[in-house]
Design a binder for this molecule. Structure first.
Ligand code: SF4
Length: 427
């Protein structure tokens, strides 16, 4: 999955050029990942609209339950479209609804096909039917990540706090432990659980031996959920600040940019021991920008950290980056040596991600045009925020932008069907 042929790299570079053109000039910055290392943050491949939960905040349509699953061959066609549009190494979210409601033999074939196309399959699920047996079958055909969605919006019986739900999270961790699958936890942040964000951060620190990423999705007013508008107090700044406080270190959220700065932020923590000490891994923007350039076509095997380190060292030697790389990481180790020694060298990478989905009635066209999270339909991919806002149009087979959104863009001076403003200066 991680060894690419010359023509695959050539195609990827062509798609990276296409992505650089797609990104607005003001966001073509040295720390911009899109167009430099990635053609897209990730692409959702929805395999069903059905779900076995009815969350109070949900991006699905009220018609989702009655929407038949799309045929397997259509899903395989869409997987091929993702490969053609974004290239090898693309992160593909196999999602829904809840994908584990799809026939499991078909789910195995879908994951297998995405891996065969040298893309990176991740299963996004509420975990209820994601048994160890199913995860094992999916791993055998190339599954890389499992992202469990667990939070209070799901109204799981008997759980009234995020702290209590850590019981469910622990059970899911044990289902995945030792399978060689990267584990991610997703949670929506809303008024009822904002105060418990520090509890969640503490839990993920303690379980950083299995958990590789914690993703905090800020509530958005879209879809079928009954809980609508987000409280003003919940923002990328307030959630990021709360995570920093709970970690005891300020993460360099501003050092990595995926698409538009209002859409999300990512921070990389090094957890020493069982979380006694946490380090901000990328506090030097210049180093990150160098790494974006040096390792632009290197895709790391995140299911095998040691192999990933080997991949980096091999490329660093070949590309003359060993000395600056060792200087940077050597300095990090020296700064934290007592804690690392006390922890017998146990240091884990734990990423924190914040996703700031847009409200249906307040779509920002600039964010849509610089979107780094797409979903695919029969004609290609579009922004997930537009898909969520007009989900009925798309689940009934619509492609491109629906007329209502085209008219909205036109009213605001934007091209109705493609990125950018009308009469915009030449890109
Ligand atoms: S436009 Fe929406 S889906 Fe796209 S990156 Fe921004 S928040 Fe995410």
């Amino acid at each position: 999955m991680y060894a690419y042929a010359h023509e695959e790299i050539a195609h990827l570079r062509q798609r990276l050029d296409w992505t650089r053109q797609r990104i607005s000039p003001e966001f073509r910055l040295p720390h911009q990942v899109l167009g430099a290392k990635r053609t897209i943050g990730c692409v959702a491949l929805e395999v069903t609209q059905r779900c076995n939960l009815d969350c109070s905040i949900c991006y699905l349509s009220p018609n989702s339950e009655s929407t038949p699953d799309i045929p397997l061959e259509t899903i395989m066609h869409r997987a091929q479209l993702i490969r053609e549009q974004y290239g090898v190494g693309t992160n593909v979210q196999i999602t829904g609804g809840d994908p584990t409601l799809r026939n499991h033999d078909e789910l195995v074939r879908i994951v297998k096909r995405v891996a065969e196309l040298k893309m990176v399959p991740s299963l996004f699920t509420n975990g209820i039917h994601a048994t160890r047996e199913l995860l094992t079958r999916l791993k055998e055909v190339g599954l890389v990540d499992v992202a469990f969605h667990v939070d209070l919006t799901e109204k799981r019986k008997g759980f009234t706090s995020e702290a209590q739900l850590c019981e469910v999270r622990s059970e899911y961790i044990e289902r995945a432990r030792g399978l060689g699958i990267n584990v991610i936890f997703n949670q929506t942040v809303f008024a009822r659980n904002f105060e418990e964000v520090p509890t969640l951060v503490g839990f993920y620190k303690q379980n950083a031996d299995v958990v590789g990423m914690a993703s905090f999705q800020l509530q958005a007013d879209t879809g079928r959920g009954l809980t609508r508008a987000r409280k003003q107090t919940i923002s990328l700044d307030t959630v990021g600040g709360t995570i920093d406080e709970a970690l005891g270190v300020k993460l360099s959220w501003e050092n990595v940019l995926f698409g538009h700065p209002k859409c999300h932020r990512i921070g990389y923590a090094g957890v020493i021991g069982d979380g006694e000490q946490v380090v901000d891994l990328f506090d030097d923007p210049a180093v990150l920008q160098d790494m974006l350039k040096v390792f632009d076509d290197i895709y790391l095997d995140r299911t095998r950290p040691r192999r990933a380190v080997g991949q980096v060292l091999e490329a660093a030697v070949k590309r003359g980056y060993l000395a600056p790389g060792l200087k940077y990481w050597g300095k990090r180790v020296a700064e934290n040596l007592p804690a690392i020694v006390k922890a017998r060298g146990k240091v884990r990478k734990l990423s924190f991600f914040m996703q700031n989905f847009q409200d249906r009635e307040r779509l920002d066209h600039d964010r849509v045009d610089n979107c780094s999270f797409h979903t695919v339909n029969d004609a290609g991919a579009i922004s997930m925020c537009v898909h969520n806002a007009y989900r009925d149009y798309y689940i009934q087979g619509g492609t491109g932008y629906p007329e209502e959104y085209q008219a909205w863009r036109l009213r605001d001076g934007y091209h109705p069907t493609e990125a950018g403003k009308i009469q915009a200066e030449a890109k």
